[in-house]
Ligand binder design. Structure first.
Ligand code: SF4
Length: 155
């Protein structure tokens, strides 16, 4: 897996101050996608054990609420296993930090995947241009998308 960006200080994606990783690759190709460059599985840097270690170190800072995983799509076939390894390692090292994940897929189709044991919140569904959200401050881009608490009350 590759990733396009690792943000050490992100207040735009999820509650509080977060560390965010944008993984590369998406085959859904939603019309009006905010970032078509993220569709390329070969874009960005290689995701390695060192990347996981760096993310954990960044999450240890007191003022960080948690980790946000975006894309691309973290649930693509090529991405879901390394993303699961990341989530597992984060919850082992810093269990008090929440993990939020954004996917263009429906939650129901992934509810039995091992990754769900580590996620606090999933924002799901494809971006639908005609349902675009106009107000600021939402955690989703179109009104068909849902914010689903896997572990309620963990921001
Ligand atoms: S799922 Fe996300 S990254 Fe993929 S095409 Fe849709 S909006 Fe773009």
């Amino acid at each position: 897996m590759k990733y396009a960006q690792l943000r050490e200080f992100d207040t735009a994606n999820g509650p509080g101050v977060r560390v965010s990783i944008f993984v590369s690759g998406c085959t859904l190709k939603c019309k009006g996608c905010f970032n078509p460059k993220s569709w390329d599985f070969n874009a960005g840097e290689e995701f390695t054990e060192e990347t996981i270690a760096r993310i954990i170190e960044l999450l240890k800072r007191d003022y960080i609420t948690g980790l946000s995983i975006l894309g691309g799509d973290p649930f693509e076939v090529q991405n879901i296993e390394p993303v699961t390894e990341l989530c597992k390692a984060v919850k082992a090292a810093v269990p008090e930090k929440s993990i939020w994940l954004w996917t263009g897929r429906k939650y129901e189709n992934y509810a039995d995947q091992p990754i769900m044991a580590y996620l606090d919140t999933v924002v799901d569904g494809p971006y639908v241009e005609k349902l675009k959200v106009k107000e600021q401050g939402k955690y989703f881009g179109s009104t068909n998308q849902r914010v689903i608490a896997i572990k309620p009350f963990n921001a």
